[in-house]
Structure formats: C-alpha cells, structure tokens
Ligand binder design. Structure first.
Ligand SMILES: [Zn+2]
Ligand SMILES: [Zn+2]
Length: 155
C-alpha cells in the first residue's frame, strides 16, 4: 500500500494497488500550476481511496480533465482523466515513493525557456506522445506494462 498527503495534511489518500512509473509533464498548464513541471505517478481509480478530504477541491481544466488540489495549502495532488483511465497522482505527495522512477519527460515543446530538460529520461513532444505506443515503456510497480492501461494525456 502507498500513502500520501498534501503539505498541510488535510487531504490524505491510500493506494491499494500498483503505481505507474512517474512522468514529468512540461505543458504550459503544468508549468503554471506548479511553477515548474509536474511529476506524476498514477493509480487505477478503483485502488485510490481518499481518507481525508477536508482540503480537497477540484479544478475542471477541460470537460475531461480535473485537477485535484488542497484548497487550504495549495498542493497539487490529483489528475482525473475519467473512470476509464488511471488517476494521476503528484509524485511528490507520496509519503514513500519506494522504487518509483521518473520514466519520461512529455510535452517538452512547452517547457519553460529558463531551464534545460533533464537528461535522466527520454523526451517526448506532445505529438510524439499522442502518436501512441509511447506509454509502453511505462511500467507499474506490480510489473504490469503501461500500454493501453496508461492511456490518457498530460499528467
Ligand atoms: Zn493541504
Ligand atoms: Zn501537463
């Protein structure tokens, strides 16, 4: 089981299942919401339980994407792409990230001009990422492949 929380502790969650490799999203929205770029793992939505929600609020970014955050301390927490997709979870909100690794940098063409893209993982533009098959290098902590189970966009 994995657990995590926002900075102030008024949102807590548990994941009773595997987590996906971490992706770093450099899109404009992630840059603005985080002041840099967003590093997100993901859980199958059925495995994610919110155990404290006093601070939890949702921002509807588009009709199909909601960003969950703590309205008390401002922490970025969740990325909901609908019930058919894993729920993104801010990697930095985990209490213990275990062996999770950052696997890919995406939306690289929108990265801020003030930094160089890290060389710790491959880089993918949004077009490359959308082209399909690129989720395949991602794996889950239980050993299952990324593939279609990882489908979705951005963080
Ligand atoms: Zn909080
Ligand atoms: Zn993004």
């Amino acid at each position: 089981m994995f657990t995590g929380q926002c900075m102030c502790g008024q949102v807590r969650y548990e994941v009773h299942g595997p987590l996906r490799d971490v992706i770093a999203c450099h899109c404009e929205q992630c840059r603005r919401v985080s002041s840099h770029y967003v590093a997100a793992t993901a859980a199958h939505s059925k495995d994610l339980t919110i155990t404290r929600d006093r601070g939890l609020a949702w921002y509807e970014e588009t009709r199909s994407i909601r960003r969950g955050f703590c309205r008390l301390c401002g922490s970025t927490l969740f990325f909901d792409h609908g019930p058919d997709h894993p729920t993104g979870i801010a990697a930095g909100s985990l209490d213990d990230a275990g062996d999770l690794r950052l696997a890919v940098h995406i939306w690289t063409e929108e990265a801020g001009s003030y930094y160089d893209l890290p060389a710790d993982a491959p880089h993918r533009t949004s077009a490359e990422w959308r082209a399909g098959g690129l989720w395949d290098p991602l794996s889950w902590t239980d050993g299952s492949p990324g593939g279609a189970a990882g489908a979705g966009r951005r963080a």
